[in-house]
Write a protein that binds this ligand. Structure first.
Ligand code: PEP
Ligand code: MN
Length: 337
């Protein structure tokens, strides 16, 4: 449930309500919007017993949140959230541009990728050190050595590191090297992992599960937020449909749906949606036009030799020319880049 305060409500009224909620064992989430202050009640409102919040000073009305997710809903934070990754913001006016190889393969490979994407204008370096591959016989990543190489390349170029984590027991080590944890599509409903990244306080990029509905995806975000980590960014990366011409089907409609239902920023991964480098530009521009808060794109210094996802990775030059085209779309939709 949310409590919408009157515009005339005083600081003291908000404090009184927060005290009553805390006394009854409920969590409080306060959002100071330009139109009104909204107090979100976290927990089972039955704990309030006979307390009628609508009679308290400063209260305009109480409205139930009709979704299973609360903190991730737009009701609780109508202005939308901005995720902060160091000095970078995701969900504000400027698009968050993330790029880098599917997997970290060597020190030279990740450094070349970092230099290339930085020159284009990216602010985040992606690269998998732990690769949850569909087949156990495929390249599984360089693990902690990969994290170290990623960190070194990012520090040399002034980029933020976003990299996938796959297990709760690796988070302490991963936090030394990553600025943002990625939860991959295959782990979107690994609830133990979601709770642990929620406790870690490291910003999280939560990819949509390969066959997940938007509601299941937002419930997954709620697992992270319910542990106190609100720095969550959603990533649409295509879903499985009957269509086989592309690797997955990019659900572009998910972007406005998320904007309507959730307060969280949402970015798009056209690489894993398309599966082919030739389609990346069209999907990227469509995503920005649809209102995405950023893009995460696979870029490899020599895509043909890539140890994973060779067909979908752009060359650094390809990324640079795509970046210039994205700038034009960003300008048309009044977004910075
Ligand atoms: C990735 O980004 O490296 C990846 C494996 O993507 P996804 O989880 O979306 O398949
Ligand atoms: Mn990949």
């Amino acid at each position: 449930m949310i409590i919408v305060m009157k515009s005339s409500a005083k600081e003291r009224d908000i404090e009184n309500i927060s005290e009553v909620l805390s006394k009854h064992g409920l969590g409080v989430h306060i959002s100071n919007g330009s139109a009104a202050t909204i107090i979100g009640i976290i927990g089972d409102k039955a704990k309030l017993g006979d307390v009628n919040l609508e009679l308290m000073d400063g209260v305009e009305k109480c409205v139930p949140i009709m979704h299973s997710y609360k903190l991730a809903s737009r009701d609780i934070c109508p202005e939308g959230r901005i995720a902060r990754v160091g000095d970078q913001e995701i969900g504000g006016n400027a698009l968050a541009m993330m790029a880098g190889p599917c997997a970290v393969e060597s020190e030279d490979q990740i450094m070349q990728a970092a230099l290339g994407v930085k020159a284009a204008g990216a602010k985040f370096l992606r690269g998998g050190a732990y690769k949850p591959r569909t087949s156990p016989y495929s390249f599984q990543g360089m693990e902690d050595e990969g994290f170290k190489m990623l960190r070194k390349a990012a520090d040399a170029t002034g980029l933020k590191v976003v990299s996938e984590v796959i297990a709760a027991d690796q988070l302490d080590v991963a936090a030394k090297y990553c600025d943002m944890f990625q939860i991959g599509a295959r782990n979107m409903q690994n609830f133990r992992l979601l709770r642990e990244v929620g406790r870690s306080k490291v910003p999280v990029l939560l990819k949509r599960g390969i066959s997940s509905t938007i509601e299941e995806w937002l419930d997954a975000a709620e697992y992270i937020m319910s542990e106190g980590n609100y720095n969550v960014v959603l990533c649409e990366r295509g879903i499985r449909t009957f269509e086989t011409a592309t690797r997955n089907t990019l659900d572009i409609a998910a972007v406005p749906v998320i904007k309507e239902r959730s307060c969280l920023p949402v970015i798009v991964d056209p690489s894993h949606a398309a599966g082919k480098s030739a389609y990346i530009a069209a999907l990227s521009m469509a995503a920005v036009a649809a209102g995405a808060d950023g893009l995460i794109i696979e870029v490899h210094p020599d895509p043909k030799s890539a140890m994973s996802d060779a067909a979908q990775q752009l060359t650094p030059e390809g990324y640079q020319s795509l970046f210039e085209r994205i700038k034009i779309v960003a300008q048309a939709v009044q977004r910075g880049i």
